[in-house]
Design a protein around this ligand. Structure first.
Ligand code: C2E
Ligand code: CA
Ligand code: CA
Length: 699
């Protein structure tokens, strides 16, 4: 039933209505027929009985029995009469017909249905002078009547069946005709949902279905148009996407090329293609960690050319360059691939030899190297022989820290140079400053406890607006005996003695106290402090900063942190974690001394760093070397591409300032604007300097 079609429903509906009406009609007809037949019969039999009674009256009065017998016979000759009886005042006078019927007791019937034995009994009184004198009784057969009624019933049923069949046929045809339009609509819907948009169905006539069909066609056309529009747009988007992707690819490639170039430039010496100081420091750090872990020895060798200045002065720069390249070749020939030879600047080289067995083996290699360097080399027409002085320091015999090893190999090299010994290995008495260093190390704890550390502040100026954007806090030690000490003189000591965490916290405290003072005076000036490697590796550091910020009521954005690439790369995962935590506090983080350490593009992109500070060596030599300018330019681009600000430090001249403005550098810091100043002097500078004029720090 559930799937019965509309047409079938319609046919069924019509057929049911028709059938119901017919049934009512037939039932009614048959009833009427039957009752009229019965009435007729009853009437006819009554008339027959009365006629019989009036015909028999004279003979009954005269008791003429033979006349009555012939009358009975005559009556019985009528078809349908089963028996006849004439009754006089003293009993039956004449009777004839079916003897069984005659034997039964006479009971007159009022209707045919009630009649028993297919017999309808009728009587009529014989009256004389309005007095009942006798009676006639007649029995009629009901078979004929019933037959008649049955015949009529069969005929009516036959007609009904024929008409029901006709009704079904007719309503089928009508249904088929009427639902033709609906079928077309349904078909059209299926075709459209099958994807064939724009499909149209025939429109016949002008009725509602035809209108619906026309609307359907209109809808189909619109759908087709919309689909075409959609496909067109999709194609367009696809094309744009492809274009965008290729642009992004291109940009990414440019960026990574730039980065590779930058990395290589930053890591290598252009003349000899040897690693430079930055890469050397990095390798030294890695070698130290490995040796510490594996408990092996390694050697650091300082190499300085003898009389290089003289060659340069007498034979020209070109000759000097050839000598340096000759040394690079000699090193590469003599040393193992796992050794690192770096040009540290000028005529200074440094070598790392991992896994040496001890001082003797390192000395033997150094002597072979010196021999190779002493091989004469042709410069123009001449053959020139050059010499060098080499100083060796071996881990862990001559030092356990990088700076220590470098200083000690340097001290040994000076000894070799001074005494023209060629190769010298370090001995404790060679380090003149050693006693002083040990003393300072001990005094530093005392200095922390007695508030001998002070901060000087150097402004950072917005290059496009000349406004002061913040200050960098630089630590100084007011040493009671030695006077004002600069960070270079005690920060490395603090780093190797484990005091650096306390130094940094002391610096943060001084800076926050200063920030509070400035805030109270209406000056909103972010202060940047410098972090060491171990601060960045210290898990508890960011939380401590959070506590201190809260204690002084200083918003996080008034504190900045400067970290070096080397500090980050020491344990990048931990550094990223700590930087993210600091950023959560609102503290901005900058990468310091960018270009002197090793950093990978991958980490740079991951770090939530706000600024990149271009190392002062590049900024300061911008005027004298194209290479430096290229590095400054590409670092600014790199920062901008990573969504960071570029800060140039070491801006000493108006020229540098102008150049940076031209290159689109965001911030600048340097002696040209101001040296690092004690807080009172900085406040005075802020209200007097041309750079600070109109600065936005006064709230
Ligand atoms: P830095 O972070 O690169 O700081 C900038 C250094 O460059 C400062 O030296 C500053 O006086 C100097 N400078 C600024 N402008 C110019 C300029 O125009 N020309 C030249 N030639 N130099 C300029 P300073 O104060 O001696 O600090 C040296 C380094 O000591 C800093 O380098 C920083 O790495 C470290 N340092 C300073 N304060 C702290 C500190 O509180 N904690 C730690 N861990 N390190 C510190
Ligand atoms: Ca710094
Ligand atoms: Ca710096």
């Amino acid at each position: 039933m559930a799937t019965m079609s509309f047409r079938l429903k319609m046919i069924m509906g019509m057929a049911v209505i028709q059938t119901a009406m017919l049934v009512i009609l037939i039932t009614y007809g048959i009833t009427v027929l039957q009752s009229s037949n019965e009435e007729e019969l009853v009437k006819r039999t009554a008339t027959t009985a009365r006629l019989f009674a009036s015909t028999a009256q004279p003979a009954v009065i005269t008791s003429d029995l033979s006349a009555l017998d012939s009358l009975v016979k005559e009556v019985l000759s009528n078809p349908g009469i089963v028996y006849a009886r004439v009754i006089g005042p003293r009993g039956v006078l004449a009777a004839g017909g079916d003897s069984a019927a005659l034997d039964r007791k006479f009971v007159p019937d009022s209707n045919i249905k009630a009649a028993k034995n297919e017999l309808f009994n009728v009587s009529a009184d014989i009256e004389v002078a309005d007095q009942t004198y006798g009676r006639v009784e007649l029995g009629f057969s009901t078979a004929g009547i019933r037959e008649l009624i049955n015949e009529a019933r069969i005929r009516t049923i036959g007609i009904s069946i024929v008409s029901i069949v006709l009704v079904v046929l007719f309503s089928s045809l009508l249904g088929f005709y009427l639902t033709r339009g609906l079928r077309a609509l349904r078909n059209g819907t299926r075709v459209i949902s099958g994807g064939e948009l724009g499909y149209e169905i025939p429109v016949r006539g002008t009725d509602e279905l035809a209108e619906t069909a026309a609307d359907f066609n209109e809808m189909s056309r619109k759908l087709l148009a919309l689909e075409r529009e959609r496909a067109r747009k999709e194609e367009e988007i696809l094309r744009l996407n492809v274009e965008l992707e290729s642009r992004v690819d291109e940009r990414t490639q440019q960026l990574s090329q730039l980065n590779q170039q930058l990395e290589h430039q930053a890591m290598h010496d252009a003349l000899t293609q040897l690693p430079n100081r930055a890469l050397f420091n990095d390798r030294l750090h890695i070698t130290l960690l490995a040796a510490r872990r594996e408990k092996t020895h390694f050697a650091v060798i300082c190499l300085d050319m003898d009389l290089f200045k003289e060659i340069n002065d007498t034979m020209g720069h070109h000759a000097g360059d050839m000598v340096l390249q000759h040394v690079a070749r000699a090193c590469n020939r003599t040393l193992r691939d796992s050794d690192t030879v770096a040009r540290m600047g000028g005529d200074e080289f440094a070598i790392i030899m991992p896994r040496v067995t001890g001082v003797e083996s390192a000395t033997a290699v150094a002597e072979r190297l010196l021999e190779a360097i002493r091989q004469p080399l042709p410069i123009g027409e001449k053959w020139v022989q050059v010499g060098a002085s080499l100083g060796i320091a071996v881990y862990p015999d001559h030092g356990e820290y990088e700076q220590e090893l470098l200083h000690h190999s340097d001290a040994a090299m000076y000894e070799a140079k001074r005494k023209k010994l060629g190769v010298v290995a370090f001995r404790p008495e060679l380090s003149d400053g050693r006693q002083e260093q040990v003393a300072l190390k001990g005094e530093l704890r005392h200095a922390l406890e007695h508030k001998q550390l002070v901060l000087h502040y150097q402004p950072k100026v917005d290059v496009s607006s000349n406004r002061v954007n913040g200050v960098e806090a630089l630590v100084r030690w007011e040493h009671p005996r030695l006077g004002l000490l600069y960070p270079g003189q005690f920060i490395p000591l603090a780093e190797t003695s484990g005091l650096i965490k306390d130094v940094t916290i002391e610096v943060v405290k001084i800076a926050l106290r200063q920030a509070r003072e400035w805030l109270d005076a209406g000056v909103r000036l972010p202060i940047a402090i410098n972090l060491s490697t171990s601060n960045l590796q210290d898990r508890g550091f960011p939380d401590l900063i959070g506590v201190l910020l809260e204690k002084w009521g200083i918003p996080g954005e008034l504190l900045e942190m400067e970290v070096t690439e080397t500090a980050i790369m020491n344990d990048p995962a931990r550094a990223v974690e700590n930087i993210n935590k600091l950023v959560e506090l609102g503290v901005q983080v900058s990468i310091d001394d960018f270009g002197t350490g090793y950093s990978s593009m991958a980490y740079l992109q991951k770090l939530l760093v706000a600024k990149i500070k271009i190392d002062k060596t590049f900024v300061m030599s911008m005027g004298s070397g194209e290479r430096s300018e290229a590095i400054v330019r590409s670092t600014i681009d790199l920062a901008h591409n990573l969504g960071m600000k570029a800060v140039a430090e070491g801006v000493e001249t108006e020229n540098a300032w102008g150049k940076l403005r031209e290159l689109g550098c965001d911030l600048a810091q340097g002696y040209y604007m101001s040296k690092p100043l004690p807080p009172e002097e900085l406040t005075a500078w802020l209200s007097g300097s041309a750079f600070a004029s109109g600065h936005a720090v006064l709230t």
